[in-house]
Write a protein that binds this ligand. Structure first.
Ligand SMILES: NC(=O)c1ccc[n+]([C@@H]2O[C@H](COP(=O)([O-])OP(=O)(O)OC[C@H]3O[C@@H](n4cnc5c(N)ncnc54)[C@H](O)[C@@H]3O)[C@@H](O)[C@H]2O)c1
Length: 248
């Protein structure tokens, strides 16, 4: 039987990419505070992720949670990331362990390590001939409060995994764009994630067996300073796209 998957933040861009590839593969339930403007292939719960009761109800019978809901702005102010990204993520984890959910994939961000880019290596690190790679074992180094909220989300996952045994994967998503990778923007090309690879990566988050993981969510770009080895090893990620070889 297909697994039951709850997709929070379903109405956003990452949700769009995931559903573009996986709509027919799972028993879906969706949650977003914005009501749907199109048809979704499953029940759509309109609620805020900080609403405990609504999140508990949405979690019933769910095997895997893809937790995307949050404020995605790198300039987001503290009150917003505190509520939407930190409190909301804690509410999701608490309800997930209570409901016996097996796995949570958390939409973390490149901004969890954004301050590695503020040292003397920028912009060489964006170039194909630079072999500098972050691999997820480095200490977090957020460059803004949004990044702090993502590091905190990863730490919440660590706690709920260690304390309750729930499987957790934190996907430090790079730069998702539909269609063509960013043009004349080295940093965006280095961390590009295509829609196709995004759907595949989250499919692996649903299917693979893991304990607690931090992986980078980018395509197999020639320019890269994030390693995708852990995503390959732990999840079986096999990206098809490369920002240097995109020809439409
Ligand atoms: N798009 C990217 O390139 C990228 C990169 C790194 C990380 N991320 C992360 O991935 C996730 C999704 O990003 P996106 O680009 O799809 O953003 P988005 O803004 O397009 O979508 C986010 C969705 O979450 C919903 N949401 C926000 N706060 C909520 C709350 N408190 N309760 C319920 N719903 C809420 C919004 O209504 C929206 O539909 C975010 O957590 C973001 O930080 C995205």
């Amino acid at each position: 039987m297909a697994q039951s998957v709850l997709l929070t933040g379903a109405a956003g861009r990452v949700g769009d990419a995931i559903l573009g590839g996986l709509a027919a593969e799972y028993e879906w339930r969706f949650l977003d505070r914005d009501p749907p403007t199109e048809d979704y292939p499953g029940e759509f719960v309109v609620a805020d992720i900080t609403e405990e009761e609504a999140v508990r109800e949405a979690m019933e019978g769910i095997d895997v949670v893809l937790h995307l809901a949050g404020d995605p702005r790198k300039t987001a102010p503290w009150d917003s990331v505190l509520t939407n990204n930190i409190d909301g993520t804690q509410t999701v984890y608490e309800a997930a362990v209570d409901a016996g959910v097996e796995k949570v994939a958390f939409a973390s961000s490149n901004h969890a390590v954004g301050a590695f880019e503020t040292d003397e290596r920028t912009p060489e690190m964006y170039r194909a001939d630079d072999d500098y790679l972050l691999d997820g074992t480095e200490l977090p180094r957020p460059g803004n409060l949004y990044g702090v909220s993502k590091v905190t989300g990863e730490a919440l996952g660590r706690y709920y995994h260690d304390e309750y045994g729930i499987s957790v994967v934190n996907v430090r998503i790079g730069n998702l764009t539909e269609g063509h990778p960013p043009i004349d923007y080295e940093r965006g090309q280095a961390m590009w994630l295509s829609y196709r690879d995004c759907a595949h990566l989250f499919e692996r988050c649903i299917e693979a067996d893991y304990g607690y993981e931090i992986v980078y969510g980018i395509s197999d770009n020639d320019r890269k300073y994030y390693s995708i080895e852990r995503a390959k090893e732990a999840l079986g990620y096999d990206p098809q796209d490369n920002s240097a070889k995109h020809d439409d």
